[in-house]
Design a protein around this ligand. Sequence first.
Ligand SMILES: Cc1cc2nc3c(=O)[nH]c(=O)nc-3n(C[C@H](O)[C@H](O)[C@H](O)COP(=O)(O)OP(=O)(O)OC[C@H]3O[C@@H](n4cnc5c(N)ncnc54)[C@H](O)[C@@H]3O)c2cc1C
Length: 376
Amino acid sequence: MEDFEVIIIGLGAMGSAASYHLARRGQKALGLDRFKPPHAVGSSHGRTRIIREAYFEHPLYVPLAQRAYDLWAALERESGRSLFRQTGGLMIGRPDSVIIRGAKRSAEEHHLRYELIGAGEVRRRFPALQPADEMVAVWEPRAGILFPEACIEAHITLARRQGAEMHFDEPGLRWQPEGEGVRVVTSKAEYRASRLVLAAGSWIKTLLPDLKLPFAVERQIQFWFEPKSGPRFEPGRCPIHIWEHEPGRYFYGFPDLGDGVKVAGHHEGEITDPDSVNREVAPGEVEAMRALVRKFLPEADGPLRSAVVCMYTNTPDGHFFIDRHPALPQVLIASPCSGHGFKFSSGIGEILAELITTGTTRFDLSLFRNRRFESR
Ligand SMILES: Cc1cc2nc3c(=O)[nH]c(=O)nc-3n(C[C@H](O)[C@H](O)[C@H](O)COP(=O)(O)OP(=O)(O)OC[C@H]3O[C@@H](n4cnc5c(N)ncnc54)[C@H](O)[C@@H]3O)c2cc1C
């Protein structure tokens, strides 16, 4: 049986980044994935992900986002690949909405550059976007787009170059503690390691059958519409945009990078199972998305180019789960999703590697701990 210092189960956004940072720290690492990442059946496909800094969900995320920006830039340099495109970003809603109040709070607490602009000014500066008169927007200049498949590929390639073993099409079936380490059984072999990182995305509960973690997998659809007037949606004229179009209801969109205008709702999908999720998109689902497009991005109301199903792994409070196994400190559990984790994955990979190699991290992970669920 082969021995490793650390095994990482799941090589999507989080596991590929963790593998890279562990290998860079000289750890003898084995990464395992049930498919061939980057693939299109988990949570990290669809060609684009938003990255932003004035984080309306909570100011605690801002230092994580800032570290992630630096690490994406470093990864671009090291891999020689284009992973990020800056477009600026607009958070749009009514003045008292969660998105506006939250983005302003994060920007002010962390002294970020931002502007609060009225609906008329948004329509004038970014004519693709047509907010209602009573809406306002927080403009943040550093926001932009990550290319998720390329990010994962870069992390995997460079992890391998640093000496990590990466096995595809080899699902981890189960694991158990062995002394102070772990033994992992896969479809092909058994391995031993001192530490284990579980980063299996929407499948993570299958690897933790004894823990009652309150994760729910949610079906989400990404749509691409043909714009009626292309230039308005060019990246130079159209930033990334997130809308709280009604209290607590969100959708978001991207400029047209040549494959149409991508838009998607945020939450409101059906709760599902990762092995039986419905990957067909019904005409009624297209019409529901189109109704929002007509209202707020009317020039994107052309033919549907494509629609792809993806999965969120949600916690009840929408914050990530990053913590040690409650009974086994040699096991780290990382489920940074709830629909907003990709941007942080470079930084979370580094945090997981720090936790494995030094036992601590300089980042405040208090929002992400298991103890918030323990009294449930
Ligand atoms: C439609 C959509 C839009 C999103 N938009 C944004 C956005 O704009 N910005 C943002 O920051 N975030 C966004 N997110 C969230 C972000 O994409 C996720 O937080 C992130 O992809 C989660 O990464 P992960 O590594 O946990 O999961 P994944 O990338 O899915 O990786 C999990 C991996 O584990 C593997 N695996 C599972 N079980 C096993 C097993 N037993 N053995 C071996 N391997 C296994 C899987 O094959 C997979 O490769 C979005 C998510 C979706 C679905």
